[in-house]
Design a protein around this ligand. Structure first.
Ligand code: GLY
Length: 260
């Protein structure tokens, strides 16, 4: 693989229907076009995730699952290989939480949460949207995400509506650095699946550490999947300077596009 190759991978979440890969194809197409016009990788990853947030078949943004009390709270995060990271957790009434996380990455903070994250978004000019009116019943899907490489820099982005029916207050892996995502000079990783297990395994950072050791993405993927029991859904996208890999122990809509 040439060091100058443009690469993007996007997933619709562990458990998402493989037949919905037209959605992840669309995210990759837009992302590749942006890279062709020299858009920075962090923007590219966030724009790809925005497209997935706007697709109600996936559990993020518009398709976010409701918690046990009927409310919708969302988490999102982004990171690039220049050590820029931003996240929001338990944000509500915002159509695209990934772009709020992107603003946090440019701020003096790394993670904003709850009503205060919502207020931050409103101050930035984001529109308030009543997400609870959206009836999202697609079963068993999880976090959406993307990883990007423009030949120089890496980035990863994630967004989720969390676990449907969960107790209010629960937060999963997505806004926790090194759990759901990680990006560094050797590659980028975006995970999806059972948030508590992804967090306990420090999944994204330990997967990234394998890339740092020179382990190929496919081998790193297989090793990372082996950390999880069959009852715990898990999926990963990985890109390094040498190769890429994606897979899940469930069905998972995912796509990749590359261009020299
Ligand atoms: N993987 C997303 C969550 O568990 O919240």
């Amino acid at each position: 693989m040439s060091a100058k190759q443009l690469i993007i991978l996007a997933h619709g979440g562990a458990g998402s229907d493989n037949a919905h890969s037209d959605g992840t194809d669309h995210a990759c197409n837009i992302g590749l076009e942006l890279m062709q016009s020299k858009t920075p990788v962090l923007e590219v990853a966030c724009r790809a995730v925005e497209i997935l947030e706007d697709d109600p078949r996936f559990n993020a943004g518009t398709g976010s699952r409701k918690r046990s009390d009927g409310s919708v709270r969302m988490d999102a995060a982004c990171m690039n290989s220049e050590n820029r990271f931003g996240a929001v957790s338990s944000i509500e009434h915002i159509k695209n939480p990934i772009h709020v996380a992107r603003h946090v990455a440019d701020s003096e903070y790394r993670l904003l949460t709850g009503e205060d994250a919502h207020q931050y978004a409103i101050e930035l000019g984001f529109e308030k949207v009543d997400m609870t009116r959206i009836d999202s019943n697609a079963p068993g899907t999880d976090t959406v995400g993307a990883v990007v490489f423009d030949g120089t820099q890496f980035a990863a982005a994630l967004s989720t509506g969390g676990t449907g029916g969960s107790r209010p207050g629960r937060v999963g892996d997505v806004p926790l650095i090194g759990c759901g995502l990680y990006a560094g000079e050797h590659g980028a990783v975006a995970a999806t699946g059972h948030g508590e297990s992804i967090t306990l395994n420090l999944t994204a950072y330990r997967t990234y550490a394998m890339l740092e050791q020179g382990i190929a993405p496919q081998e790193a993927l297989e090793t990372a999947l082996s950390w999880f029991e069959d009852v715990q859904d898990i999926g990963l996208l990985i890109v390094s300077r040498k190769a890429l890999a994606g897979g899940s122990n469930r069905s998972m809509a995912w796509s990749t596009l590359t261009e020299k």
